[in-house]
Design a protein. Structure first.
Length: 582
């Protein structure tokens, strides 16, 4: 094997790894909008977790990526350890599809049909379709399909390049001697594990092994099987590295992955050798083929899941016992950068946190409104703490969403990111208004002032309207209910009219001497804050509606409701006017 052959092998390996990444990214983007639904269907059932883990891994073509994702889910509180264990087991099965795809390179035969099945025959056609879709289409879905096809073509070309580069090794006796030494199970496992740790992908390392087997014909099954088993252990390095700095549950999930693979390899190796002593497997000295390696890989991983699945609880306990028990601040679970590699899931996590932020803002504002009527000093501390927490939410979520937008998200994810960036700003402002309203309550209490009965009656009416619009907007956002969101804008118009009417009544009370200028300033401050809260609720609802319509022209949509004779808007508007006696 010459120096040029080595360079060719390195080039083929580079193309192979890049093609695998390109294909996986394309699959992930194409299925990204479904990933959230897949995650939502996860239950406490480990069996369903196995099936979903296998499905996700088959889509993104990497058990390491799936496991890292799971570690991120657990760290963020999106998934329980019991769910994660099933997904990790399923990921081991799902990753075997890559080996089967690569085994197509080993197809031999002279018939026209057999020739068509060989990658060298159909890959150029897929590459042509892929480049047409990628460069000639503006449709994101077609572009994703083009990326998948191009990734597959590059991957197969890299595979064939590697195979061609290592063919001279079949004539090198030293290479054969090294492979015979790897028939020692422990040595073979160690080599497979170390090699996979280096490239951090069992699918890629198995592909390289398949290329060597195909090109040289010098790798017997008795050497290939221990190497395959070692590769399954080596792939755990990615999840273990990703768990550094994570919380206890996330590190437990990573250890579940490691222990599952180590124990699975140990049981399979012992059982396989015992059966070999009894039945003497004749195929072991034979040269391994890409199809044979794919079959053994699948059999081993299905075997490991079948054997260890009933003991998933014990596996979790073993992993948990290994992890040092430490207390983590809840903020370490706030957002996980591991999720950035899966934008659809990261967006869903941000949406959940935005809902938490929204509920906190709602509770703080309702508490502040209640304090205008009946002051409580302890509530002031609660409201200010909630406002500080809201600032933290906005800062961290905003930075995370901006960073997420640079990770090449799909068009749907980009729209969701834009909506969330707008909405968290409105939610933070609602928290600010809760503090402002609390300060109104404090001023009334400190100065021992009280509004007239008429003013109190007005405040009661507008407070009820604002409470309704606030609850309506927050519930609509958290449920993603666009129909409920459509009821917010008509009520916001009524709140505006209530504020205007109440300010006019206050002027009349001033003229009649039934109110003071000082109370007038306080009342105006209160009404302005309540009106602004309604405006922010409107923004939240309109953002939700517009994202469902596929554009961001919120103000145009609002104007179209008010001025184009929308019957539903008119009916709801009149309903609220009657309800609040405008």
């Amino acid at each position: 094997m010459t120096f040029i052959d080595v360079l060719t092998f390195i080039g083929g390996l580079s193309l192979f790894l890049y093609g695998m990444k390109l294909m996986g990214d394309g699959f992930e983007k194409q299925a990204g909008y479904r990933m959230k639904n897949i995650l939502e269907k996860l239950t406490s059932s480990p069996l369903k977790g196995v099936l979903i883990g296998a499905l996700i891994t088959a889509i993104i073509q990497s058990s390491s990526a799936t496991t890292v994702m799971v570690v991120g889910f657990v760290n963020s509180g999106l998934m329980k350890i019991s769910q994660a264990t099933g997904v990790i087991m399923g990921a081991n099965i799902g990753t075997t599809i890559t080996a089967w795809i690569l085994s197509l390179t080993g197809i031999r035969g002279d018939s026209f049909f057999i020739q068509l099945l060989k990658p060298s025959s159909f890959t150029p056609v897929l590459a042509l379709i892929g480049i047409i879709f990628t460069l000639g289409s503006k449709n994101p879905r077609k572009k994703n399909i083009g990326t998948i096809l191009l990734g597959f073509a590059v991957l197969m070309f890299g595979m064939e390049t590697m195979s061609g580069a290592v063919k001279p090794l079949r004539e090198v006796p030293e290479f054969t001697n090294i492979l015979l030494k790897l028939s020692n199970p422990l040595l073979g496992i160690a080599v497979g594990a170390i090699f996979t740790c280096i490239i951090q992908s069992s699918s890629a390392s198995i592909g390289i092994l398949q290329a060597l087997a195909l090109a040289t014909g010098a790798i017997p099954y008795q050497s290939a099987i221990p190497i395959l088993l070692g590769m399954d252990i080596g792939t755990c390095i990615t999840a273990m590295l990703s768990s550094i700095g994570a919380n206890r549950n996330a590190r437990t999930a990573a250890l579940v992955h490691l222990y599952f693979n180590i124990i699975g390899v140990a049981i399979f190796l012992v059982l396989f050798n015992l059966l070999n002593l009894v039945f003497r497997f004749d195929f072991l000295p034979m040269p391994a083929t890409p199809v044979g390696l794919a079959m053994i890989n699948s059999l081993f991983k299905v075997f490991a899941v079948c054997v260890l699945f009933p003991f998933s609880t014990q596996l979790q306990k073993l992993a948990a016992a290994t992890v040092e028990i430490r207390k983590y601040h809840k903020e370490t679970e706030f957002l996980d950068r591991r999720l950035l590699s899966t934008p659809s899931i990261a967006v869903e996590r941000c949406r959940q946190l935005a809902c938490d932020m929204a509920r906190d803002a709602r509770d703080a504002l309702l508490l502040a409104i209640n304090n205008v009527v009946k002051y409580n000093e302890k509530d002031a501390e609660t409201i200010r703490a909630a406002e500080e927490k809201s600032d933290m939410y906005e800062d961290r979520l905003g930075n995370y969403l901006v960073e997420l937008s640079s990770h090449n998200p799909s068009k749907d994810n980009v729209e969701d990111i834009s909506m969330l960036l707008h909405i968290i700003g409105d939610l933070e402002r609602i928290s600010d208004h809760s503090v402002n309203i609390m300060e109104v309550a404090e001023e009334l209490h400190d100065k021992k002032l009280s509004f007239s009965e008429e003013a109190q009656s007005d405040i009661k009416v507008i407070s009820a309207a604002v409470e309704e619009i606030l609850k309506m907007a927050i519930d609509a956002f958290c449920r993603g209910d666009t129909e409920a969101a459509k009821r917010v804008e008509p009520l916001e118009q009524v709140v505006d009219e209530l504020c205007l009417e109440m300010k006019k009544r206050h002027v009349l009370r001033l003229q009649d001497g039934r109110c003071t200028i000082e109370l007038g300033f306080i009342l105006a401050d209160l009404l302005n804050n309540l009106e602004r809260v309604a405006d922010h609720c409107s923004n939240v609802a309109l953002g939700l509606i517009e994202i469902s319509r596929g554009n961001y022209l919120m103000h145009e949509y609002a104007r179209s409701l008010r001025y184009t004779g929308n019957e539903d808007f008119k009916n709801m508007y009149e309903e609220y006017r009657e309800k609040y006696n405008v």
